[in-house]
Design a binder for this molecule. Structure first.
Ligand SMILES: [Fe+2]
Length: 190
């Protein structure tokens, strides 16, 4: 029997991920307000911050891999570049792979202590995330930043640690220049 594929994957942002079984959700800036330094300004901003498209590779298998694409819009809030909420994995024995598809940004990785890594995300870049590292995407470009992700359902999510402690680094755009700053917006040496 020849079975037709139900979902089609494309490694570019215009087609993204479509077909049966593809789930999509959208986050507005206002829904993410608490992660921005100027959260009061973010609360008033109803622009889309990012969209996430994902599929289960196998619905009835907990070990199943997931594939998703996150599309971050080129939005800033009081100069701060738009970002995903970011998370640790609930089970730190499961890592993740990110794939740069289009646009320009950073993957921010944090071990929960002193170590912060900012990796440039560009079309074709591949990023290995250790299961112990929190991870967040930041769009620093003038276009959508699209990033593919492959992870196990077993990884789970720990959003609370980030909610409570925040990432130690923020990224701003000032007159077209990218500035890396500390958690409270202070200048920071890299
Ligand atoms: Fe993850």
């Amino acid at each position: 029997m020849i079975k037709k594929a139900t979902a089609q994957l494309f490694l570019n942002s215009s087609e993204i991920l479509r077909g049966e079984g593809v789930k999509k959700y959208t986050k507005k800036v206002s829904e993410l307000a608490s992660v921005f330094l100027n959260s009061e300004m973010a609360k008033e901003n109803n622009e889309i911050a990012y969209e996430v498209y994902s599929i289960n590779i196998s619905e009835d298998n907990d070990e199943s891999l997931q594939y998703g694409v996150t599309v971050l819009k080129p939005v800033t809030v009081d100069g701060e570049c738009v970002l995903t909420r970011g998370h640790f994995h609930a089970d730190s024995s499961y890592g993740e792979v990110y794939l740069g598809l289009s646009g320009e940004g950073f993957l921010l990785k944090w071990d929960g202590n002193e170590e912060v890594v900012l990796e440039k995300v560009i079309p074709g870049s591949v990023h290995i995330i250790d299961g112990k590292e929190a991870h967040r995407l930041i769009n620093i470009g003038e276009t959508d930043l699209s990033v593919g992700a492959i992870w196990s359902k077993n990884a789970g999510y720990d959003y609370n640690t980030i909610e409570e402690r925040g990432f130690p680094v923020r990224v701003f755009k000032n007159n077209g220049q990218i500035e890396i700053r500390g958690k409270n917006g202070e200048k920071r040496e890299c």
